[in-house]
Ligand binder design. Structure first.
Ligand code: C2E
Ligand code: MN
Ligand code: MN
Length: 413
């Protein structure tokens, strides 16, 4: 299968036209051997490379390239099957718009950006995705996100922006543990850390069975009305355990949207339960997933109005994992938006994920919505998200959920 792969990366050091030509020439020789054609663009310390050829060859080449120490921050923008090559005439075309690299001979097509634009290759590429991505790159759209000066480029484990952070955890007192109902629902707590204020902005309460069973299995025992009644009333246990643990952070509670809708008194019920356990409404965040929220947008909008007028906050959970997120946001703006783990995972090396997160951050900034990234597991994801302007982070990297306890936050910085 013929395929095409486009990535961007950052050069380890500023390159002279000669150094650049040497790189392209060596690459062209290698590409000729394995039947790969393509194009390399160098602009202000950043590379964009297009490779096309047999998919297995392209993938093997990309794996090798990722380990090449002459560049860092390798981000894959596109990898897809193609019917025909766009750059069949070049084993490695080269263009460096600012350096004015001159046309050369042999298997390497070398040109300035304007020469490249005028070239036969690009002339044939109107309305082609490659052409659009090239334009976006040369406009600098992919630059500031990969830019990280070589001094702090490797390794990304220490970050002056986010020095070490320690927030102690809390355990239940043995006395309270005894009075917990033996058969009732329990909750695990996981912090959402705000790296701007360097505090826990909220602890999310995650449902568990009496033996620590998953929310899926606990909720799975119920259907219909009973499910929604259980979902709602279980929150009393979450509030009670949180009160015993003692914290002045917010408490985030997960609810099926229908659990809010099924009972007209649901909002009052939650406000009163919260008050009994020392939580004012502004310290309660209700998390609902977009997928569920959208099944009945009108009823959902009504419920949200009640939640807001009671003074509680609303978060859209798992944003990006469902179906109709954007149309939901057109009519309703939550206080918080939690970007799903499927978008967060490996964001540091995925162009599409980066473009999505940047769009979400921009959108939320303009509308005053707080962005949270959930499921952050690696330092590389963390660093990229922080640089993209996401300040609130939740995930195993920061702290795993702890059953009936507030886990300590230990950020190495
Ligand atoms: P959620 O609200 O998106 O909660 C986050 C889930 O991701 C939790 O799973 C948490 O343990 C897990 N998680 C957190 N950080 C990471 C990470 O870095 N990597 C990975 N792989 N996972 C991470 P959990 O506790 O199994 O909950 C699953 C889902 O069950 C929740 O997803 C939520 O939608 C639902 N849920 C939890 N409690 C309740 C509840 O009281 N009522 C309702 N209706 N649903 C609940
Ligand atoms: Mn949640
Ligand atoms: Mn979630």
């Amino acid at each position: 299968m013929l395929s095409q792969l486009i990535y961007t990366s950052q050069a380890h050091e500023d390159l002279t036209p000669e150094a650049l030509q040497a790189i392209a020439l060596a690459a062209a020789r290698n590409n000729a051997r394995v039947g790969v054609s393509g194009l390399l663009i160098y602009d202000q310390g950043c590379f964009l490379q297009v490779m096309e050829g047999e998919d297995a060859v392209i993938l093997a080449l990309y794996q090798r390239l990722k380990k090449d120490t002459r560049h860092t921050n390798v981000v894959k923008l596109i990898h897809e099957p193609i019917a025909q090559r766009r750059f069949a005439q070049w084993n490695m075309g080269l263009a460096a718009p600012k350096l004015g690299v001159q046309a050369e001979v042999g298997t390497v097509g070398l040109s300035t950006w304007s020469e490249l634009l005028a070239s036969h290759a690009l002339q044939n590429l109107t309305e082609d995705r490659v052409r659009t991505v090239l334009d976006a790159f040369t406009q600098g759209r992919w630059h500031h996100h990969v830019v990280m000066r070589s001094a702090d480029a490797v390794p990304p484990t220490r970050n002056a922006k986010d020095p070490a952070l320690f927030i102690p955890g809390r355990q239940l007192s043995p006395a309270y543990r005894e009075v917990l109902p033996a058969s009732g629902p329990l909750f695990a707590f996981q912090p959402i850390v705000d790296f701007l204020t360097r505090r826990v902005s909220s602890y999310e309460a995650l449902l568990r069975g009496p033996g620590g069973e998953s929310p899926h299995s606990v909720l799975g025992a119920f259907t219909g009305e009973a499910l929604h009644r259980f979902d709602l009333t279980s929150k009393v246990a979450a509030l009670s355990i949180a009160q015993q643990l003692g914290t002045d952070a917010r408490l985030s509670l997960n609810l099926l949207p229908k659990s809010l809708l099924a009972d007209v008194n649901a909002v009052d019920f939650l406000v009163q339960a919260a008050a009994r356990h020392g939580f004012t409404p502004d310290r309660i965040v209700l998390e609902v997933t977009e997928e569920e929220a959208i099944t009945d947008p009108d009823m959902f909008a009504d419920a949200v109005k009640r939640v807001r007028s009671a003074g509680m906050r609303v978060a859209i959970d798992d944003f990006g994992a469902g179906f109709a997120g954007l149309s939901l946001l057109a009519d309703f703006q939550p206080d918080k938006l939690k970007i799903d783990r499927c978008i967060v995972q490996n964001v540091h090396e995925s162009g599409p994920r980066q473009a999505i997160v940047r769009a979400i951050v921009e959108f939320c900034y303009c509308l005053g919505i707080v962005v949270v990234a959930e499921g952050v597991e690696t330092v590389e994801e963390f660093n990229w998200l922080r640089r993209a302007g996401v300040n609130r982070i939740q995930g195993f990297l920061i702290a795993r959920p702890a059953l009936c306890a507030l886990p300590p936050v230990q950020w190495q910085g």
